[in-house]
Design a protein around this ligand. Sequence first.
Ligand SMILES: CC(C)(COP(=O)(O)OP(=O)(O)OC[C@H]1O[C@@H](n2cnc3c(N)ncnc32)[C@H](O)[C@@H]1OP(=O)(O)O)[C@@H](O)C(=O)NCCC(=O)NCCS
Length: 175
Amino acid sequence: MGGFVIRKAVLSDATVIADIARLAFYQAFAGHPANSPEDMKAYTEKAFAVETISEDLKNELVHYFIAELDGKPVGYAKVKQNSQIECVKAKKPIELCRLYLLEEYIGKGFGGKLMRHCLEFAIENGHDVMWLGVWEYNYRAQGFYKKFGFRRVGEHIFQLGSDPQIDWVLQKELS
Ligand SMILES: CC(C)(COP(=O)(O)OP(=O)(O)OC[C@H]1O[C@@H](n2cnc3c(N)ncnc32)[C@H](O)[C@@H]1OP(=O)(O)O)[C@@H](O)C(=O)NCCC(=O)NCCS
């Protein structure tokens, strides 16, 4: 029961996050011919290890938000306060590090709700700019971010295992 809720994750959520993060990442990217199974495995084994997520959850600048539908996790977001990158000019930036829904819940309004939740958190905490990296071939997410007022300001390398991929860096001014 309870419908759709977004809650801030606590340390005991590390396993829940690791599971949903790994699954959502595979659903989003494993089918693309540019991504080899070896690179996917190498990246996800480290990035979504319970220890990695636990370390994140202990970092007071990192925040995970879990989206739940009737008590079941269906997506999550991760933000990092004061995260810097050269092409983003800001007094107090915040990075949207991850925003993922499980495949079957995409396109039903939940992604927008998670995005708005992150934007509200950023504004409440006095951030002036939100930025993120999005894969150059992730057209769906690019369209979504554009709709939310993000614009491209540069690019950086995202290392997927042995493969240096290009991420566009997008930013949005907050007010
Ligand atoms: C990105 C993602 C979270 C968006 O979630 P979503 O559930 O599709 O978003 P919503 O249904 O809430 O859409 C919110 C708004 O954005 C719009 N939108 C969604 N995708 C869009 C697209 N590709 N282009 C333009 N607008 C888009 C919707 O039409 C909706 O507009 P409305 O409020 O006027 O109706 C989702 O696609 C996802 O999880 N993708 C896989 C993981 C991923 O790629 N994450 C980003 C990594 S950088």
